[in-house]
Design a protein around this ligand. Structure first.
Ligand SMILES: [Zn+2]
Ligand SMILES: [Zn+2]
Length: 349
């Protein structure tokens, strides 16, 4: 009998759709946990658990996951999966449909090494499934303790894990396939310096720099702080420049105040990309600043800032905003080939 879904694939797809549809994390966790618990088992072993009635004795498998597994093994499309495909499987947004397929990758994403919800390999597999050529992993830097920012030592260990993931992927797909790239979302400290050692920053492929603290700083010191960061030759991308939150579970937050013209001019002069952060609760920069950066000749990176695999699909939101602002795709670094992107990102190091 041909089953349309393996149990693990069905559970992963459900979790992906929940994340993509911005459902609560607790709903996602049950399915991701069950998928991880069943991954080491063969379909035959899982089927034996179903026959013996012992599926729910597998740690991590609850009632709703068990129902999905039973239906998948019976050759049916699980009801939960069908319902979520109908609810969350369609286009995320109208607009940007021509730009979206030009986007080859994403320079900003998080794993469970900092404040993301999934392991590194799950983020990588999902990026592959979405047809990306590369994904940059950019976990947080040490000062961001609430997000379990990585010390230099932990980052060094993470780089070994990325090498191992890429070795497996290259063994499976050959050179020239998908690559998981090494990155960081490094905090811009109060004085504009970066929250990681130069030696570690030099080992990375792409460096996104963002302000996460003292967002209410006066405009003058904030401008100096941001100018120092974008002029730092190691910085490739200015992340979510205003820090605003427009909706979502964390509430709203006003924009940081700074001289946007001066900051974007410096970005244009130094080839630092202005991030178009695609997260629906950020929509950063706001439209007037996006248009200002466009008019000042900046480069852009459309990034998901994904903290879960399903959020890797958020590029659609960023594409819609970039297209609406009339930004030339050639000025969006994430439309470039991986080779060109890496040459650009490595230029300052
Ligand atoms: Zn951030
Ligand atoms: Zn981030």
């Amino acid at each position: 009998m041909v089953t349309p879904w393996s149990p693990v694939a069905a559970l992963r797809r459900i979790a992906f759709l929940l994340e993509r549809g911005r459902e609560d994390t607790y709903k996602v966790k049950a399915f991701r946990g069950a998928a991880a618990a069943l991954l080491p088992l063969s379909d035959d072993e899982i089927a034996r658990h179903v026959t013996d009635g012992t599926l729910r004795s597998v740690p991590g498998v609850g009632a709703s996951s068990a129902a999905v597994v039973e239906q998948a093994l019976a050759g049916e499309v699980p009801d939960r999966l069908a319902a979520l495909e109908a609810e969350h499987g369609g286009p995320l947004v109208a607009g940007g449909e021509e730009l979206l397929p030009l986007l080859r990758g994403d320079l900003h994403s998080h794993s469970d090494w900092s404040d993301g919800g999934s392991p590194i390999e799950e983020m990588a597999f999902t990026a592959i499934e979405l047809g990306r050529e590369y994904q940059v992993l950019t976990d947080h830097s040490p000062r961001l303790k609430v997000a379990r920012g990585l010390s230099a030592e932990r980052l060094a260990r993470q780089l070994d894990v990325i090498d191992a993931v890429n070795d497996h992927l290259t063994a499976a797909a050959g050179e020239g396939g998908f690559a998981l790239l090494k990155g960081i979302e490094v905090d811009i400290l109060d004085d504009g310096s970066l929250d990681q050692t130069d030696a570690m920053l030099d080992r990375l492929d792409v460096r996104v720099a963002s302000v996460h603290s003292k967002l209410k700083m006066d405009p003058e010191p904030m401008t100096r702080r941001m100018l120092a960061a974008v002029r730092n030759p190691r910085v490739n991308v200015l992340g979510h420049c205003t820090g605003r939150l427009v909706t979502g579970g964390r509430g709203t937050r006003p924009e940081s105040r700074f001289d946007a013209r001066a900051v974007f001019r410096a970005c244009a002069e130094t080839d630092t990309a202005v991030e178009i952060n695609a997260r629906p609760e950020r929509r950063d920069p706001p439209t007037r600043l996006l248009e200002l950066a466009r008019d000042l000749g900046c480069l852009f990176a459309i990034d998901t800032d994904a903290h879960a695999p399903g959020q890797l699909d958020f590029l659609a939101y960023g594409a819609e905003r970039a297209a609406a602002a009339g930004i030339d795709p050639n000025r969006i670094v994430t439309t470039w080939s991986r080779k060109r992107l890496l040459e650009w990102a490595g230029a300052g190091v």
